[in-house]
Unconditional design. Structure first.
Length: 298
C-alpha cells in the first residue's frame, strides 16, 4: 500500500504541497544541521499531514551536542585542561624531535657529515622518527578536541579549522616517509655508501614539514578567529595565535622566495620562534591552568 501511495501522482503532489508548521521544520533542521537556530516565526497553517510531521519531530531527541547548557563550565574546564596537557606533550615531543634530530643530525649541504651523524646516533635518529609519529597522533586528537569545543558556537569555522589541522598532519606524515627511506638504507647497510641520497631524503622531510607549517598556520588563524568571536579564552591569545599563524605561513613562503643564507631569512626564523613561542606556549599554558570557558557567539 505504501508503494502504491508513493507511486501515485496525486499522493506525491499532496506530499510536496504539505504545509508543515515552521516549528516542526525547525526541529528537523536542528537535528540534521549543526548550529542551526530556529527563527522566531509563527507556524504556518497546518496541512493534511501536519499531525504526522509533528509526531515525527516530537519523537526526535535533541542531540546532546546541541542542547543548551549541555557543556557545563566544569566540563569545559576539564576538556580545556586536557587539551592543554596534550598540547604541552606535543610541544615537548615535537620540539625534541625537531631540535635534537632534524637540526642537530642534519647538516645542510654536507652529505658526509649528515650521514656520519645519523649512523653514529642511529638510536637517536630512530627515536626521533618514532616521536614524529606520536606527534601526528596527538595532533589528530587535539584537532578533534578543538572541534568539540567550538562547534556548538561556530560550527563552520570549527570544521574548517579541524580540516586544516588534519591536512597539516597528513602532509607531514607523507614527508616522514623520506626518513623511513633513510632507515631502510641503514638496515640494508647502504647508507654509508650513499651520503648524497641520505642528505636528499633528510632534507626532503624538512621541506615537506615546512610546507605543512603553512597549512598549520592557517589552522592557527582560524582558531584565533573562533577565540576572538566566542570569548572561550582571553582575546589576547586570539591576537597572539593570529600572529603565530601568520609567522608560520610567512616562514614557508620565505623558504620559497628567499635564499636560505640571506639576512632576511634569518630574521624571519627569529620572528617565527618568538611569535610561535608567545602564541602557542602561552595558549597551552592558559588551557592547562585555567581551562576554557563555554564558547558563545558575541
Amino acid at each position: 500500500k505504501a508503494r502504491a501511495w508513493f507511486q501515485s501522482k496525486s499522493a506525491v503532489s499532496q506530499f510536496i504541497d504539505l504545509r508543515i508548521p515552521n516549528q516542526e521544520i525547525c526541529a528537523i533542521y536542528v537535528w540534521f544541521i549543526p548550529g542551526y537556530r530556529c527563527p522566531d516565526t509563527k507556524p504556518a497553517p497546518a496541512g493534511k499531514h501536519a499531525e504526522a510531521a509533528m509526531t515525527l519531530a516530537a519523537s526526535l531527541p535533541t542531540p546532546s551536542r546541541h542542547r543548551k547548557g549541555s557543556q557545563s563550565p566544569a566540563r569545559m574546564k576539564s576538556i580545556g585542561r586536557l587539551t592543554g596537557a596534550l598540547y604541552l606533550l606535543l610541544a615537548i615531543i615535537g620540539g625534541s624531535s625537531y631540535f635534537l634530530v632534524s637540526e642537530t643530525l642534519i647538516v645542510h649541504g654536507d652529505a658526509a657529515a649528515t650521514t656520519q651523524n645519523i649512523l653514529s646516533n642511529e638510536g637517536l635518529f630512530r627515536a626521533g622518527v618514532a616521536a614524529w609519529l606520536v606527534t601526528a597522533l596527538i595532533d589528530i586528537v587535539i584537532a578533534y578536541l578543538f572541534y568539540w569545543i567550538f562547534a556548538p558556537a561556530s560550527p563552520r569555522l570549527a570544521l574548517m579549522s579541524m580540516v586544516f589541522r588534519l591536512i597539516y598532519v597528513s602532509v607531514h606524515a607523507a614527508a616522514l616517509t623520506s626518513l623511513f627511506d633513510v632507515i631502510s638504507l641503514i638496515d640494508q647497510g647502504a647508507a654509508a655508501g650513499m651520503p648524497d641520497t641520505v642528505l636528499r631524503l633528510a632534507e626532503a622531510h624538512l621541506n615537506g614539514f615546512m610546507v605543512s607549517l603553512l597549512i598549520f598556520g592557517v589552522h592557527l588563524m582560524l582558531l584565533a578567529v573562533m577565540i576572538y568571536r566566542t570569548g572561550a579564552v582571553p582575546r589576547l591569545f586570539a591576537v597572539l595565535l593570529m600572529l603565530a599563524g601568520g609567522a608560520y605561513a610567512g616562514d614557508t613562503f620565505a623558504l620559497a622566495l628567499l635564499p636560505t643564507a640571506s639576512a632576511a631569512s634569518g630574521y624571519i626564523d627569529q620572528a617565527v620562534t618568538i611569535l610561535a613561542t608567545a602564541g602557542e606556549i602561552g595558549f597551552l599554558l592558559w588551557l592547562l591552568v585555567a581551562g576554557i570557558r563555554t564558547p558563545h557567539i558575541r
